[in-house]
Design a protein around this ligand. Structure first.
Ligand SMILES: N[C@@H](CCC(=O)N[C@@H](CS)C(=O)NCC(=O)O)C(=O)O
Length: 334
C-alpha cells in the first residue's frame, strides 16, 4: 500500500486487507472543524478554504454535491486530481481533461500538501481534503465531516437557501448515513478488495440485502429520510451513480444492477436531475480511475464499455410527497 510514513512517501507499507482477506479501511487523520463561532480556530469565510477532490472518488463526490446544492462555488474553490492514481499517489495533471493544477501551491502530488500540513504525517493520502489557505494546513480529510461543515457552517455565504441537515430530521440522517456506510458505501469496496471467497460473499450478502431494504423504503417515500432531500441522500447517491458502470463489473457486485431495482433506479435519476448535481458527475474520470488504478483487481487496465444509462429519463418520483428544497425546485421549473 502507498502511504506516508513519518512524512516519507512509501510504496511498501502494510497491506489493506486483514489476515482473513477482508478489506480494512484506515481511519482518516485530520479532523478539525470549520465552525460558525467567533471562538473557533477555523471560521467560515469566503475564499479562505479550498477543496481537493477527485471526480472519481465517491467520498470526495459527496463534498462536491453539497457545495453545488448550497451554491458555494464562489466561496470554496476546488482543485481536481488526475483520475489515474499510480505509485506516487494522487497527482495534478492540469493538461488532462477535467483535471486542474493545484490552485493553492502548484504542487505536483497531493502528498506534498499532506507533508506541508504535517511534516511527520503517517497516513494514506486521500481525497477529499479541506484546506485552509489562511493557516496553510489541512482542516479535515473525512468526507462525512466536510459534507456536514459545508452544509451547516457556511449558511451566511451560501447563495442557495438549502438545508440538508434540517431540524427534526437530524437523528435520522445521522442514523441512515451510519447504517448505509458498511454494507453499501464501503460494502462495494469490501466486495472488490476481498482476497478470499468468504469475505467477498459476506460483503455481497450485506450489500444486496441493504439495497433491497432501501429499495422497499423508497417505494413509499421520495428520499431516504422521508420527504426531504438530506445529506443521507448525497451519501447514497455517490455510490449508486458508480454502481452499474463500475462496481457491478470491476468489484464483482453483479447480483443485480441498480437499473434493475424498481425504486432505486428512479430515485437515482431523481437525485441526478436535482439542479446542480449532474454537473458534479464525471463518468469518464470515474471509469478511468477504477478500471486503471487497481492492478490487483484489473491488471490489464481495460476499461469496461457499458452500460449506457439514461440518467436524464423521467423519474416520476414527484408523485411522492416532498421534493427538492424550494430554491432548487424553482430552478427545475426554469
Ligand atoms: N474516510 C475517507 C475515505 C477517503 C478515501 O478513501 N478516498 C480514496 C479515493 S476513493 C483515496 O483517496 N484513496 C487513496 C489511498 O488510499 O491511497 C473519507 O470518507 O473521506
Amino acid at each position: 500500500m502507498n502511504m506516508l510514513v513519518d512524512g516519507e512517501w512509501r510504496t511498501d507499507a502494510a497491506e489493506s486487507t486483514d489476515d482473513d482477506g477482508a478489506f480494512d479501511r484506515q481511519e482518516t487523520t485530520f479532523r478539525d472543524q470549520v465552525r460558525d463561532d467567533p471562538d473557533a480556530r477555523f471560521q467560515p469565510a469566503a475564499d479562505r478554504y479550498h477543496l481537493y477532490v477527485s471526480y472519481a472518488c465517491p467520498w470526495a463526490h459527496r463534498t462536491l454535491v453539497t457545495r453545488a446544492l448550497k451554491g458555494l462555488e464562489d466561496v470554496i474553490s476546488v482543485s481536481v486530481v488526475d483520475p489515474y492514481r499510480e505509485a506516487g499517489g494522487w497527482q495534478f495533471t492540469p493538461d488532462k481533461d477535467g483535471c486542474t493544477r493545484d490552485h493553492v501551491h502548484d504542487a505536483d502530488y497531493l502528498r506534498e500538501l499532506y507533508v506541508r500540513a504535517d511534516p511527520n504525517a503517517t497516513c494514506r493520502v486521500t481525497v477529499p481534503v479541506l484546506w485552509d489557505t489562511q493557516e496553510d494546513t489541512i482542516v479535515n480529510n473525512e468526507s462525512e465531516e466536510i459534507m456536514r461543515m459545508l452544509d451547516t457552517a457556511f449558511d451566511d455565504l451560501a447563495t442557495q437557501n438549502v438545508d440538508l441537515y434540517p431540524d427534526g430530521y437530524r437523528d435520522e440522517v445521522d442514523q441512515i448515513i451510519d447504517e448505509i456506510y458498511d454494507p453499501i458505501n464501503n460494502g462495494v469496496y469490501r466486495a472488490g478488495f476481498a482476497t478470499e471467497q468468504e469475505p467477498y460473499d459476506k460483503a455481497i450478502d450485506d450489500l444486496f440485502s441493504a439495497l433491497e431494504h432501501w429499495n422497499d423504503v423508497l417505494e413509499e417515500q421520495r428520499y431516504l429520510a422521508g420527504d426531504r432531500l438530506t445529506e443521507a441522500d448525497i451519501a447514497m447517491f455517490t455510490t449508486l451513480i458508480r454502481f452499474d458502470q463500475v462496481y457491478h463489473t470491476h468489484f464483482m457486485c453483479n447480483a443485480k444492477a441498480i437499473h434493475e431495482f424498481s425504486a432505486l433506479w428512479p430515485y437515482l435519476r431523481d437525485l441526478y436531475q436535482t439542479p446542480g448535481v449532474a454537473e458534479t458527475v464525471n463518468m469518464s474520470h470515474i471509469k478511468e480511475h477504477y478500471y486503471t488504478t487497481h492492478p490487483d483487481v484489473n491488471p490489464n487496465r481495460i476499461v469496461a464499455r457499458g452500460p449506457d444509462l439514461a440518467f436524464d429519463a423521467p423519474h416520476e418520483r414527484d408523485k411522492l410527497p416532498g421534493g427538492p428544497p424550494d430554491e432548487l425546485e424553482s430552478l427545475l421549473a426554469e
